[in-house]
Design a binder for this molecule. Structure first.
Ligand code: AMP
Ligand code: ZN
Length: 105
């Protein structure tokens, strides 16, 4: 399997996993752009965020909320970002929700 994030889901590539549900996995970004930088992904391979179902999106946002609470940024605030397509800078074509916080962005 060639998709990097599918391989993280399958445990073939190590990642610092901070949260898991039946449908999602969340792990620390390897090149963090903020003190808290976690990626929340669906276990299922979907290349782009806009192709996720409503249920998948709901699961990602619910997981992101729990990650933010666990990381202690619920009160201070955080940014949720989906990059979609080449001009956005998307590097990994397995949909992922960035959770960024811990400093003024
Ligand atoms: P994007 O630019 O939205 O596609 O974001 C991809 C993100 O994945 C970047 O912020 C990378 O730093 C991050 N990334 C790439 N490889 C890994 C990895 N092996 N483990 C954790 N994060 C990664
Ligand atoms: Zn994938």
């Amino acid at each position: 399997m060639s998709c990097l994030f599918c391989r993280i889901v399958d445990g073939e590539i190590p990642a610092t996993v901070v949260h898991e549900t039946k449908t999602t996995v969340a792990f620390r970004d390897i090149r963090p752009k903020a003190p808290v930088h976690v990626l929340v992904i669906p276990r299922e391979h979907v290349p782009n965020a806009v192709d996720l179902t409503g249920e998948q999106l709901g699961d990602l946002f619910a997981a992101a909320k729990e990650v933010a609470e666990a990381e202690g940024v619920s009160e201070t605030g955080y940014r949720l970002v989906f990059n979609t397509g080449p001009d956005s800078g998307q590097e990994v074509f397995h949909a992922h929700l960035h959770v960024l916080g811990g400093r003024k962005l």
